[in-house]
Every structure is written in structure tokens, then in C-alpha cells.
Design a protein around this ligand. Structure first.
Ligand SMILES: Nc1ncnc2c1ncn2[C@@H]1O[C@H](COP(=O)(O)OP(=O)(O)OP(=O)(O)O)[C@@H](O)[C@H]1O
Ligand SMILES: [Mg+2]
Length: 238
């Protein structure tokens, strides 16, 4: 997006590898506040790994990750990173990571226990309605469907209205009607200025994004909107 705003996140020559296997190679990338980016790519290409780095969960091997101009992984150890995540990041994990001993609603409210901010219960309930999980609020994770678990994870990620929302395949298990409801909620959230970064292969989600980046062989390339994946270009996307 070309709003001219300072980026909320910048990656500079950022690389990551598992052992000798390079997953992300010298990425240069910027996210402006309120932008909506979709990341696509084959299974195993490193999309979730990239989200973990953006979320403050995974330390890159080299390069810089700047959040509002601060060098996140240089400034903070594990404790500081925890505080960084709590303040700035909402994360929907690919495997949802619901706590099995808590109900749907308790899972959704969980981040408020540590946030130090008041919980907006009206907003939480209205989002649960919109996501079609309000009627399952007292069920436990073993008693709900995969799609309901996914929407519970999404409601939890949104709870404290973090400035950056990272979503790992938010509509992977869902029918199109539910996907439409989710995208409509994401659009509402975006209007509040929240930056959305979403791993997805859904054409419907891509239509609503500002840009689609394809991850392959450790590099990102930008797709022309609505078009098929581009051939790899030498320079990484800015
Ligand atoms: N802890 C780990 N140790 C070693 N290799 C790992 C580890 N975690 C992931 N990998 C490997 O790194 C690669 C990238 O994984 P990642 O989960 O980021 O892929 P992905 O693009 O999200 O795939 P998918 O679309 O299947 O979710 C994969 O080949 C995966 O097997
Ligand atoms: Mg993944």
C-alpha cells in the first residue's frame, strides 16, 4: 500500500534456517499500518515460520526485524519478547492452540488475563456472534468442530485489538459463507487501522488484500492483484 505512512514492520535482509536448511533468505519487506497482506506459497515453503518471526516467537538467524522502528530481537530476550507479543500481536495459529481445559469463551478471554487492559465484553460477544460461535461459548475444545475451533482462535487473536494481526490460514477449514463472515470481520478490523498479515490460498481473501506475496525458495515475490503467481524476480519485494 502506498499511504506514505512509516512502516509498522520492516524486515531488512532477514534470513532464517533450520540447521543448514535455508527457509527465508535475505528478505526485505515493509508493512504499512492498516495494510492487508496475504502470503501464499507451497506447503513447507516457510509461511508459518515467517509469521512466527513477525510475531516475536522465532528469532531470525540474521538481518533485522524492526517494529515501529525498534529492533525487536536485538532489544529483547524471552521475557521482553513476551511483553512485546502481548502488547502488539494477535496470532491465529495454524493448529489453533486452544487450551483443552477451558471453554470456548474462556479460551477467547484468556489473553485479557495478562493484558492489564479492560476487556470489552460487548465487542467480544458481538464478534462471537458474527463468527457464528456464540452458541458454543460453553463447549470445550473437544466438543467443537475444526471450523469452530478455528473461529475461536480468531476471536482470541482479536480480543485485545492488537495493532498487528497474524493469521495462519484463517479459513482453511471453512465453507464459503463462513469465509465471507470472517472477511467481513477482518474488513471491520482493518478500518480500525489494524495491520493484517494473513497466510492463505483463498482467492476470496486475496481479493480483499492490498497485495499477495508468494514465498518460494526462501524469497518473496509480489503477485499482480488477482493474477496467478509471477515468475521469480531477482529482487525481493519491498
Ligand atoms: N522446528 C523445526 N525444525 C526443523 N525443521 C522445521 C521445523 N519447523 C518447521 N520445519 C520445516 O521448515 C519448513 C517450513 O515450515 P513451515 O511450517 O514454515 O511451512 P509452511 O509454508 O507454513 O507449510 P504449510 O503450508 O504446510 O503450513 C518445512 O519443511 C518444515 O518441515
Ligand atoms: Mg504453515
Amino acid at each position: 500500500m502506498t499511504t506514505g505512512a512509516e512502516p509498522i514492520i520492516s524486515l531488512k535482509q532477514l534470513s532464517f534456517s533450520y540447521g543448514k536448511r535455508t527457509i527465508l533468505e535475505s528478505l526485505d519487506l515493509e508493512f504499512t499500518p492498516g495494510s492487508f497482506t496475504v502470503i501464499a506459497g507451497e506447503s513447507g515453503s516457510g509461511k508459518s515460520t515467517l509469521l512466527y518471526i513477525l510475531g516475536g516467537f522465532q528469532r531470525p538467524k540474521s538481518g533485522e526485524y524492526l517494529f515501529q522502528g525498534r529492533r525487536v530481537y536485538r532489544l529483547w530476550g524471552e521475557y521482553g519478547l513476551g511483553a512485546f507479543r502481548k502488547r502488539n500481536i494477535g496470532f491465529l495459529f495454524q493448529d489453533f492452540r486452544l487450551l483443552p481445559f477451558l471453554t470456548v469463551e474462556q479460551n477467547i478471554r484468556f489473553p485479557s488475563l495478562f493484558s492489564g487492559q479492560a476487556l470489552n465484553i460487548t465487542q467480544m460477544r458481538s464478534r462471537m456472534e458474527k463468527l457464528g460461535i456464540a452458541h458454543r461459548s460453553r463447549a470445550y475444545p473437544t466438543e467443537i468442530s475444526g471450523g469452530e475451533a478455528q473461529r475461536t482462535g480468531l476471536a482470541r487473536a482479536l480480543l485485545m485489538n492488537p495493532p498487528v494481526l497474524l493469521l495462519d490460514e484463517p479459513t482453511g477449514n471453512l465453507d464459503h459463507a463462513t469465509e465471507i463472515a470472517i472477511v467481513s470481520l477482518l474488513e471491520d478490523i482493518r478500518r480500525e487501522g489494524i495491520t493484517l498479515i494473513c497466510v492463505s490460498h483463498s482467492a476470496y481473501i486475496m481479493q480483499h488484500a492490498d497485495r499477495v506475496l508468494d514465498l518460494a525458495a526462501g524469497k518473496l515475490t509480489e503477485r499482480s492483484k488477482g493474477g496467478p503467481p509471477k515468475k521469480r524476480i531477482k529482487r525481493a519485494v519491498k
